[in-house]
Write a protein that binds this ligand. Structure first.
Ligand SMILES: Nc1ncnc2c1ncn2[C@@H]1O[C@H](COP(=O)(O)OP(=O)(O)OP(=O)(O)O)[C@@H](O)[C@H]1O
Length: 583
């Protein structure tokens, strides 16, 4: 863990050096307080001298001022390094996550990854920014304290050491148990929290089915489970506190008895005994502190390992070392898909696409139709290179997309997904996602072209209205038109359109269709057509079944040549006649 962390910390060596100096300085000063106490008792009280007391207090005050200054620098520098390093780690981690292909997020739960970005990094921050310096400071105090104890009184030191195993042993045994229980209760709280989050997110479904009581009961059961686990932990902890208290206080009493006898016999000064007690308390305190943060450091080591793994994950789809440029002036098809075969890694025997061949010309509009699961969305994923095929390939103007720069490839496309994706931001930022440097005029022009301008102006703050999470404040058709405005602004060469399945009312449908017509103008377009009414707007229709391209043609020719197409058409329009009149 330390060598890995070092590559982040090494940029801040000066601050680290200041922190270490301040750390050593404050530990030394803390211990020297013991001498202040000794002077105060022997030269002040013992000698019954006001001057002795005053000068002893002056020394003590001086030490305290030094301690305060040292503590300021120590705390500031160590916390600074902790915050800075964790911010750097978070940035690197998030940057890496954004580059991983979508398949990675199918195999790794989004919740788990999110926890690595937030919880694990926060844990690291606590450790780097406080626990670590706390442990180091206490180790120094411990070592210094022990040394001073032995220098000032060997006999008493041995008494103290004899008690240590009786304190440390139960501390370790019960401490482990407590740690396990507290992890259990954390997990339980997390599960309950996730449950609560999910049911609140889907509050409409919960309320529509009037299942509030059921969900509430499930939550209550979960919360009760978490409480019971916490209760066990609290019992152990309470016992531990009582045990440590009696052992420590017992040891101090024994020590005071032996030391006190020596003072009465004149073998030891009262100041020496006080200083010794002070050291012993420091040593015991620092030992307890180190064992306490030891667990944190261990957990942080686990967290660091998980983050390190994630940062080290190489995306399996990357820009190749040798990039080929695409010459769009060249003649020939814009996209050619040849002998394509693809299976998802989780289902290697099942071909999602199989022996697929298709050529798409510049500014051609192609509709992909086929039953659910026939491979339409998979084809989009392969075009965007979210996944690579096992057999065959895809060429853009004759260049294999695996030889292209990944970013330039994806820049060719705009994707309008089935469910419009809107971010928790305002209208302008959502549209500008298509082209981050677009001016306000460009954004408005795109919104006008997408027939979204008018409804945007009616929103409370017009273009600057906040849309809520996933754009909850808009209707289905409005969301779609915003997604279309975003694609218009992006002005891509190729448009990938996954038509929305949910039916819109006639007026909304009409507006969305007009927006789409604007978007498709003079652009190569692939549409996943769920409703056959859409096929009226395309040049060719490709019919897919079980990952194979079974037919390509116009609506009329397919009705003749493709039984599958005919069946799909009949299912949607009930009769041939209605299809004709609809188109
Ligand atoms: N992530 C995945 N892992 C494993 N199999 C998948 C995955 N996604 C899709 N499949 C499978 O691949 C096949 C093609 O799916 P695809 O989503 O491309 O179909 P589709 O034609 O787009 O369907 P729909 O019209 O219902 O969206 C299906 O059999 C599906 O079960």
């Amino acid at each position: 863990m330390f060598s890995w962390l070092w590559q982040f910390v090494k940029f801040y060596k000066t601050r680290l050096a200041i922190a270490i100096v301040a750390l050593v300085f404050t530990s030394a000063l803390t211990l020297s307080l013991g001498q202040g106490i000794r002077l105060m008792i022997d030269n002040g009280f013992g000698a019954e001298s006001y001057d002795g007391l005053a000068s002893a207090l002056q020394v003590t005050l001086l030490i305290i001022v030094g301690l305060a200054i040292g503590a300021y620098f120590r705390f500031f520098m160590v916390s600074w390094i902790g915050e800075r390093v964790v911010a750097d780690i978070r940035r690197q981690l998030y940057g890496r996550l954004l580059k991983l292909p979508p398949s990675f997020f199918e195999d790794n739960l989004a919740g788990e990854i999110q926890s690595r970005v937030t919880t694990d990094t926060t844990l690291l921050q606590t450790v780097i920014g406080s626990s670590f310096s706390f442990a180091l400071r206490n180790t120094l105090t411990f070592l210094g304290g022990i040394t001073l104890m032995f220098i000032s009184n060997v006999k008493l030191s041995l008494v103290v050491l004899a008690v240590v195993p009786f304190i440390v042993f139960p501390l370790i045994v019960i401490g482990r148990k407590v740690k396990r229980l507290s992890k259990d209760s954390q997990d339980k709280v997390a599960t309950v929290g996730a449950w609560a989050g999910e049911s609140l997110q889907h509050i409409k479904v919960v309320q529509a089915f009037t299942r509030e009581a059921l969900v509430s009961q499930q939550f209550a059961d979960g919360a009760e489970g978490a409480f019971q686990t916490a209760l066990q932990r609290i019992r152990y902890r309470a016992f531990l506190i009582a045990l440590v208290m009696i052992m420590v206080m017992g040891a101090v009493t024994v020590m005071l008895y032996i030391g006190g006898t020596d003072v009465l016999a004149g073998n030891l000064s009262a100041g020496d005994l006080s200083a010794f007690v002070f050291y012993a308390i420091m040593v015991a305190g620092s030992l307890a502190a180190v064992t306490e943060v030891y667990g944190d450091v261990q957990r942080a080591a686990g967290a660091a390992e998980r983050i390190r793994e994630l940062i080290a994950t190489e995306p399996d789809i990357q820009t190749p070392a040798q990039i080929q440029q695409v010459d769009f002036a060249k003649s020939g098809p814009l996209i050619s898909i040849h002998d394509l075969a693809f299976s998802y890694p989780s289902r290697p025997d099942h071909k999602a696409l199989d022996a697929f061949n298709l050529e798409i010309q510049q500014v051609e509009r192609i509709a992909l139709v086929g039953p659910s699961g026939s491979g339409k969305s998979t084809l989009f994923d392969l075009l965007l290179r979210f996944r690579d095929p096992q057999v065959g390939g895809i060429k853009i103007q004759g260049t294999d997309i695996r030889d292209m720069d990944l970013e330039s490839l994806r820049d060719l496309y705009a994707l309008v997904p089935q469910q419009p994706v809107l971010f928790s931001a305002n209208v302008v930022d959502n549209i500008r996602f298509g082209k981050p440097d677009a001016s306000q005029q460009e954004v408005e022009a795109a919104a006008k072209a997408a027939h979204a301008h008018d409804f945007i102006l009616e929103l409370p703050d017009g273009y600057y209205s906040f849309l809520g999470e996933q754009g909850v404040k808009l209707s289905g058709g409005q969301k779609q038109r915003l997604a279309i405005a975003r694609a218009i602004l992006a002005d891509p060469k190729i448009l990938l359109l996954d038509e929305a399945t949910s039916a819109l009312d006639a007026q909304s449908e009409h507006l969305v269709q007009q927006a789409l017509d604007e978007l498709m103008k003079e652009r190569t377009t692939l549409i996943i057509a769920h409703r056959l009414a859409t096929v009226a707007h395309v040049d060719r229709i490709a019919v897919l079944e079980h990952g194979k391209l079974v037919d390509v043609g116009s609506h009329d020719s397919l009705l003749q040549s493709s039984p599958l197409y005919k069946r799909l058409a009949e299912l949607q329009f009930r009769s041939h006649e209605t299809v004709k009149s609809a188109i």
